[in-house]
Design a protein around this ligand. Structure first.
Ligand code: 13P
Length: 326
């Protein structure tokens, strides 16, 4: 999934999230619109040169494009591994105001069997860590880590490679040191739980946030600082047995996500794991805008996605030399 400097495309927005994205371009979130938008992007010519796996939402895994070709077969024709988001989203953690825990473990083993039969070969589960006054707490981190570890073990037993996603949110005015401290604590909790549950580290992918200042923090730091702190944190926490680390973009712009990933690979390697991408917004933002719900814009949307995919593939090799590199 991360061979040949490829990364993952997160195109698994839940019903609520895709509605928010479509609202920004004034398009109604109907099943046909979601299908047409996603099928068109996944058919971008040569997308598989830069994208090794695509994470789908439940609806999309079961869907066919308007011409009747199953989305799973669209991916197979591109050499892209089909993946599936299996969590049911973060819910308030009782007793811990401000914190959430991700739901979706009930019945997961049976759902994994079904997803494998539908053609999925890997899965994603996102735990959300909020930074605020007095949190995250050790209890909140442990609850989320337990969920990730139970999910990962169930997936491995059922035949899906787990993508383990503990996301420390960029929301807030915290500084980069705070993000680094919380990210280190979150990753320590996750790997303690993964080991306790006997998850095979060689058979998983980690999908973390980058270490970055909160979006409302007045002091934003350079790509080199973000890259240095991110790589240092991962080296402290992630065993070398993990083959791939694919970052989420988390609210960074398309350009920032490319430049920051490139800085890690160009200046802070070599590392024991592949450092690549699993972006949602940072791969799709300009494609969504280019499409704007109009069939005649489908080629422009494909071109916009392909451009980001290609530049992020370069960033995963540390060879990106475009805008934003000093
Ligand atoms: P973003 O890159 O937009 O953060 O989305 C990645 C993702 O899959 C979050 O779960």
């Amino acid at each position: 999934m991360v061979s040949d400097n490829r990364g993952l495309l997160a195109i698994d927005e839940s019903s609520g999230t895709i509605k928010k994205r479509f609202d920004t371009i004034g398009v109604e979130s109907t099943e046909a619109n979601r299908r047409d938008y996603r099928a068109n992007l996944l058919r971008a010519k040569d997308l598989g040169h830069y994208i090794g796996g695509a994470i789908l939402f439940d609806e999309t895994l079961r869907q066919s494009a308007a011409d009747g070709v199953k989305i799973v077969d669209v991916l197979k024709a591109q050499g892209i591994v089909p993946g599936i988001k299996v969590d049911k989203g973060p819910k308030p953690l009782a007793g811990f105001p401000g914190e959430t825990v991700t739901e979706g473990l009930d019945g997961l083993a049976a759902r994994v069997d079904e997803y494998v039969a539908l053609g999925a070969r890997f899965a994603k589960w996102r735990a959300v860590i909020h930074i605020g006054d007095g949190y995250p707490t050790p209890t909140g981190l442990a609850a989320n880590a337990q969920g990730l570890a139970r999910y990962a073990r169930i997936c491995q037993e059922g035949g899906l490679v787990p993508v383990v996603e503990p996301e420390v949110l960029m929301d807030g005015d915290h500084d980069i040191e705070t993000c680094q401290r919380v990210t280190e604590a979150a990753l320590d909790a996750v790997f303690t739980a993964l080991k306790a549950h006997g998850v095979l580290l060689e058979g998983m992918i980690l999908k973390p946030n980058m270490v970055i200042a909160g979006s409302d923090c007045p002091t934003q730091t350079s790509a080199d600082d973000i890259a240095a702190r991110t790589v240092a944190t991962l080296r402290r926490c992630v065993p070398a047995a993990v083959p791939g680390i694919t970052f989420l973009s988390g609210g960074q712009t398309e350009l920032e996500a490319t430049v920051n990933l490139n800085a890690m690979n160009a200046k802070f390697g070599p590392n024991p794991w592949k450092l690549s991408f699993s972006y949602g917004r940072a791969l799709q933002a300009s494609a969504l805008e280019a499409w704007s719900g109009k069939a005649e814009n489908q080629p422009a949307a494909q071109a916009a996605l392909l451009k980001r995919a290609q530049l992020n593939s370069q960033a995963s090799a540390g060879t990106y030399t475009g805008e934003g590199v000093n």
